[in-house]
Design a protein around this ligand. Structure first.
Ligand code: PMT
Length: 402
C-alpha cells in the first residue's frame, strides 16, 4: 500500500522525537519514501544524521541554506509528498499552524499545503496541563475543522514524571493511521462490491469440553476484511473462534464448527461478487459428539468423518463470482496449490509456504505465492498480513475488472 508513496515527516521539539526515527523506519519498511524536515528545537532531541541514515534522503532544517540550491525550498518540499505527517507536533507548532504563521521551514512549508487535497496527520505530544490548556484545545479544534487529522495522544507517564494524557501515539499506530489516510485518499476502488471473507479456525467438538482445531489465529482473514472495508467494499466476514478485535464496519458472523461455517457461507455467498476463503477449515470432525464428558479409559480410538468442502461447493456454482482460496502447504507448494485451484474452480489461490519462518499460522507476517488461473505465479516477499491483504485485493481488482 505504501509502495511508491512519499511521506513528508516533520519533527518538532519534544522528547517523543526519538520515536520519529522508529516511525521513519516503519514507513520505509512498508515501502514508502520518507522526506524529513526538522525544526530547530527538534535538533536538540535527535540528529539529522539519524534521520538521513534511516531515510536515505537529505534532511532539511532551515529556510535559508545556500547548500540546498533552492531559494524556495519551502515550496519545493510541499510539492512532492502524497501525505504530510508531523510527529511529534508540539503545542507551539500546532499554534503556529492554526494561526497561519510561518517563521521556520516546517511551519512555512505547511502554508503551501492544503489538507483537503493531500492528507495531513498531526501527532500531538506534550504535558497534560499543556494539552488541557484551552488555547491549545482551541487550536486543535480549529485545525480539525480545516481538515487536519490529529492522532489523539495516549495517557501514561510523561517525560516530566506527570501521569496523564499527552504521550505521542506509538509509531506502529501512526503507521496504521497513515495507511488508512492514504487508502482513502487513493479512492475506494471496491465501492459497490460485496466481498465475503472467511477467517480463523473451526472447532470440531468431541464432547462438552474438548474439540479438534488448528493454529489459525484469524489474522490473515481479519486483515483482508479490514483492507476490503477500507477500500469501500461491503464486507461479510464469517469467522471461526479468534481473540481478535473485529475490523470496524464489517458484517461479522462468528461461527464455531466447519458445518456452522458451511451453513453461513452458503446463506451469504449469493450476495457477494468476490469470495476470499482464508479460513483454515477442519477437513474432518469426530463422528460422534458425546453429550457427556468422555471419561479416561485405557485407550481411545477416534472415528473422524469428512466435513463439507465449502469452497469446492461454491466453486461448483460460482457463476461470475471471483473466488480466491488459500493453501497452507508443508511440501510441493505450487503443485498442491494448483491442484486445489483447479479442483475447487478458483480464479486465484494464495499459497503459504509453512516451511518458512514468518509464514502461515498465528504470526503477524506471511510469505506467499499467488497462483492465477492463467498459469502465472507471483512470489511475494515476507510482509505483514495487512500489506499482503492489500496486495491480494490489488490483484483481485485487476483480474475481476477484466
Ligand atoms: O489465521 P492466521 O493465523 O492468520 O493464518 C492464516 C492461514 C495460514 C490460516 C491462511 O493464510 C491459510 O492458509 N488458510 C487456508 C489454510 C488451509 O488449511 O487450507 P486448505 O488447504 O485446507 O484448504 C484450501 C482452501 O479450501 C482454503 O481456502 C479453505 O478455506 C478451503 N476449505 C478447506 C476445507 C473445507 N472443508 N472447506 C473449505 O472451504
Amino acid at each position: 500500500m505504501l509502495k511508491n508513496k512519499i511521506v513528508l515527516l516533520g519533527i518538532t521539539g519534544g522528547i517523543a522525537a526519538y520515536k520519529s526515527a522508529e516511525l521513519a523506519r516503519l514507513l520505509i519498511k512498508a515501502g514508502a519514501s520518507v522526506q524529513v524536515v526538522m525544526t530547530d528545537h527538534a535538533l536538540s532531541f535527535i540528529t539529522p544524521l539519524t534521520m538521513k541514515s534511516l531515510t536515505g534522503r537529505p534532511v532539511y532544517t532551515s529556510l535559508f541554506n545556500p547548500a540546498y540550491g533552492s531559494a524556495t525550498i519551502h515550496i519545493d518540499l510541499a510539492r512532492e509528498p502524497h501525505m504530510f505527517v508531523v510527529a511529534p507536533a508540539t503545542a507551539n507548532f500546532l499554534g503556529k499552524l492554526a494561526a497561519g504563521l510561518g517563521d521556520d521551514l516546517l511551519s512555512t512549508l505547511f502554508l503551501a499545503v492544503e489538507p483537503q487535497e493531500r492528507p495531513v496527520l498531526l501527532a500531538p505530544a506534550m504535558n497534560t496541563a499543556m494539552f488541557e490548556n484551552p488555547v491549545v484545545r482551541e487550536n486543535m479544534e480549529r485545525l480539525r475543522l480545516r481538515g487536519f487529522e490529529l492522532a489523539d495522544p495516549d495517557a501514561g507517564t510523561l517525560a516530566c514524571g506527570d501521569v496523564g494524557k499527552g504521550r505521542m501515539v506509538e509509531p506502529s499506530q501512526l503507521l496504521q493511521l497513515i495507511r488508512e489516510k492514504l487508502v482513502s485518499a487513493a479512492g475506494v476502488d471496491y465501492r459497490g462490491l460485496t466481498v465475503l471473507v472467511t477467517a480463523g479456525p473451526t472447532r470440531e467438538p468431541l464432547d462438552p469440553v474438548r474439540f479438534i482445531s488448528n493454529r489459525s489465529s484469524g489474522r490473515m482473514g481479519y486483515a483482508l476484511a479490514r483492507a476490503a472495508r477500507e477500500r469501500g467494499a461491503h464486507v461479510i466476514l464469517v469467522a471461526g473462534p479468534t481473540a481478535l478485535e473485529p475490523p470496524p464496519g464489517v458484517e461479522l458472523y462468528p461461527v464455531v464448527s466447519a458445518r456452522d461455517m458451511h451453513q453461513k457461507v452458503m446463506e451469504k455467498f449469493p450476495q457477494a461478487q468476490i469470495v476470499i476463503k482464508s479460513a483454515a477449515v477442519a477437513d474432518y470432525r469426530p463422528a460422534e459428539n458425546s453429550q457427556q464428558k468422555i471419561k479416561k479409559g485405557r485407550a481411545l480410538t477416534l472415528k473422524l468423518v469428512r466435513n463439507p468442502d465449502i469452497l469446492q461447493e461454491i466453486g461448483s456454482s460460482k457463476e461470475k463470482r471471483f473466488l480466491v482460496g488459500f493453501a497452507a502447504e508443508t511440501e510441493n507448494l505450487r503443485t498442491n496449490a494448483r491442484e486445489k485451484m483447479v479442483r475447487k474452480n478458483l480464479d486465484m489461490i494464495v499459497a503459504n509456504d509453512l516451511g518458512q519462518e514468518g509464514a502461515g499460522f498465528a504470526v503477524e507476517t506471511n510469505i506467499v505465492q499467488l497462483l492465477f488461473k492463467d498459469g502465472r505465479v507471483e512470489a511475494l516477499p515476507r510482509m505483514s498480513k495487512y500489506d499482503l491483504a492489500h496486495c491480494i485485493l490489488d490483484r483481485v481488482k485487476e483480474q475481476y475488472g477484466r
